[in-house]
Design a protein. Structure first.
Length: 652
């Protein structure tokens, strides 16, 4: 069947859809295209679609194996434990089932020729970049799948991608996707927020000394005092040599004589500049501005020029003839003649004139002295002085001199810093250099240099006249403080820990009581409700919404708010731990679907995607389709599957 299409054109459609099909393999895996679900017990149901325990188990094991070996090296057992494989597989299988039913519902049609071109473009079926029918047949044979079935599944996979990637791939957005997404963005969600405050929780038990000791022994490392160091840092700043560079008054006078115009009072002017494509419009604008006294704004509305604000310009910033004329305009609102520059025509309107005060003789002398000093520090003679000073410092350190003595001999500075802790940024060290890389090198030297010794020279990576030497004065090794000295701290932490357990349990109970979220939430002391849509959140930067601004006081991250509105259904809820340790419970009490939506909002959707949110848009699409389907997950059965699989891995 494929042979007849061997010479088919591999044009733009292939480039578009090939990217989509590859992403499909990332989303669902090649196995999903050549695998049937078995008839065993369902652990996940999505609408009319069932996913069996056998399928979930196989997918779970294959996903772990793939991720473990997908990098340059195999992941360690510890690294594997940090990955939530259950969530990855659940998301993958549920989304696949959602799209399976959605594309069937909307009957997306993919031409047979496009399907065959996609198959021929797949690297798995090619030899030396050209489709090979023998390789193709052999792979299908090994997989135990008929060609007609494989082609059918490829077609379904491309169809699913049409739901997800119309904007990303460049294909026109299907009308139903635009309508569903736009309607969903306008749908009002009744969002409820409530705090579980640790300060409001009362403990019904007495904290004994035994409890404190037990908590301390269980969390001993929490109270361990890390290693701390006292250091002296020699700051070698060769620019200090410039301070001793002599500049005579005669040198200053000579420089002023040769560059007198540099120190004359400056006149700065600001203009509105109107640019036109043709002379006729430029002449018309000039007449309106000059004779009719029309404003720049009115000209802009009628003739639509490009209007720029050209601010704080000196005469020399313009071509000589233009500069002379523009700086002869006498008052605000004066209009220049029409200038042709290149293929455009320009008219300038004077906005403002600012003149600097004349500098005093001492100010001019100071400025010239700085200029001359800078010139002298960029000479071979000055660099020779730097070389000699560097040798003097190196010789002093090499001979065992303390950096305080070296600083006294060379005029350099020593900074003494006490109690520097590894892993905690020290504000005094951060002030030593402008770039982070140099600061990191200094910090590294502080903790790699032995007590009583000096580090090697640390050059600033951004300032070539600056370097440092670290001397470690004292090292205080890490230690555990005596229990009696921190009893109050441990007791306070234990009380907070117990309150946190109660708060977490309460938050969990509220969010787990599906359908009764509002009733459970109302038991909390402080509850706020807001009716808000994703459209309001998305448009908030351009058009501030009182509701959104109020919500952001509770949840400062607008992306988190969007995620809550996007993923939670009526009665759904989740909780967060806020920075002070309190729990914020958030959920959807009601959803008010709109009957019609503003067609202009389609443009907002496009802009949202065009500005770099393609990935969010794909997720948004799936979540939107997901809301129309009932999803049921047997958590207990899935936990048994994952636990069994993980235990088997540990045995191996």
């Amino acid at each position: 069947m494929l042979k007849a299409f061997r010479n088919a054109s591999h044009g733009l459609v292939i480039k578009i859809l090939f990217g989509a099909i590859i992403l499909s393999f990332c989303l669902w895996g090649v196995g999903d295209i050549i695998r049937h679900y078995s008839a065993s017990k369902a652990v996940i149901t999505v609408g009319d679609f069932s996913i069996t325990s056998e399928t979930f188990s196989r997918e779970y094991n294959q996903t772990k194996q793939h991720i473990r070996n997908s990098g340059e090296r195999a992941l360690t057992d510890q690294e594997m434990k940090s990955i939530d494989f259950k969530k990855i597989v659940l998301t993958k299988l549920v989304n696949n089932a959602v799209l399976e039913q959605t594309y069937s519902k909307y009957g997306i049609i993919i031409p047979k020729k496009v399907i065959l071109q996609v198959i021929e473009s797949m690297p798995e079926f090619q030899r030396d970049g050209i489709f090979d029918s023998k390789t193709y047949s052999a792979i299908l044979h090994r997989a135990g799948i008929q060609e007609i079935e494989f082609v059918k599944n490829i077609k379904e996979s491309i169809s699913k991608n049409q739901l997800l990637h119309p904007l990303v791939s460049g294909i026109k957005i299907p009308e139903f996707v635009k309508n569903v997404i736009a309607q969903d963005f306008d749908t009002k969600k009744n969002l409820a927020l409530g705090y579980i405050k640790l300060s409001d929780i009362k403990l019904n038990e007495t904290i004994t000394e035994d409890d404190i000791v037990e908590y301390y022994n269980s969390n001993k490392d929490k109270y361990k005092k890390p290693e701390a160091r006292d250091v002296s840092i020699l700051v070698i700043d060769f620019s200090k040599l410039a301070d001793s560079t002599q500049i005579t008054q005669s040198e200053i006078d000579e420089y002023y004589k040769q560059n007198k115009e540099m120190f004359a009072p400056k006149e700065l002017r600001s203009f509105d500049r109107l640019a036109f494509q043709n002379a006729e419009h430029a002449d018309k604008a000039w007449a309106m501005l000059k004779k009719d006294k029309v404003s720049v704004k009115d000209v802009s509305v009628k003739l639509t020029p490009v209007v720029d604000s050209v601010d704080d310009m000196e005469k020399h910033n313009f071509p000589k003839e233009v500069g002379d004329e523009l700086f002869n305009l006498s008052k605000t609102g004066d209009v220049s003649r029409v200038y042709r520059i290149g293929n455009r025509y320009y008219v300038y309107v004077l906005k403002n004139v600012a003149k600097h005060d004349e500098k005093s003789k001492s100010e001019i002398n100071k400025e010239i002295k700085s200029i001359l000093k800078n010139e002298k520090t960029n000479t071979p003679e000055f660099y020779e002085r730097i070389r000699e000073m560097r040798h003097k410092i190196d010789d002093g350190i090499g001979s065992g001199k303390h950096i305080l003595d070296i600083a006294n001999e060379t005029g350099m500075q020593v900074i003494t810093i006490r109690n520097i802790t590894n892993g905690i940024e020290n504000e005094e060290i951060k002030k030593l250099a402008a770039d982070k890389a140099t600061i990191n090198n200094i910090n590294e030297a502080v903790f790699k240099t032995e007590e009583g010794t000096d580090s090697s020279n640390i050059d600033s990576l951004e300032e070539d006249t600056l370097s440092f030497v670290v001397h470690v004065d004292k090292v205080t090794k890490e230690y555990y403080p005596e229990l009696k000295t921190i009893l109050d701290t441990i007791k306070s932490d234990l009380i907070k820990s117990k309150k946190n357990e109660i708060a977490k349990k309460k938050a969990y109970e509220i969010t787990e009581k599906y359908g009764e979220f509002g009733k459970e939430l109302s038991k909390l002391a402080e509850v706020k409700t807001f009716e808000v849509s994703k459209r309001e959140i998305l448009m908030n930067q351009q058009q501030k919404s009182k509701n959104v601004e109020e919500i952001l006081k509770y949840i400062p991250n607008v992306n988190v708010v969007m995620d809550i509105i996007s993923t939670l259904k009526k009665g759904d809820s989740k909780y967060f731990v806020v920075p002070n340790g309190d729990y914020l419970v958030v959920g959807i009490k009601e959803i008010t679907k709109i009957k019609s939506f503003d067609e202009r909002f389609i443009g907002v959707i496009k802009k949202y995607v065009d500005e770099g949110a393609q990935k969010d848009f794909m997720e948004e699409s799936v979540n939107t389709f997901k809301r129309n389907l009932k999803i049921k997950i047997d958590d207990k059965a899935i936990d048994k599957i994952t636990k069994f699989s993980d235990n088997e891995d540990e045995k191996e």
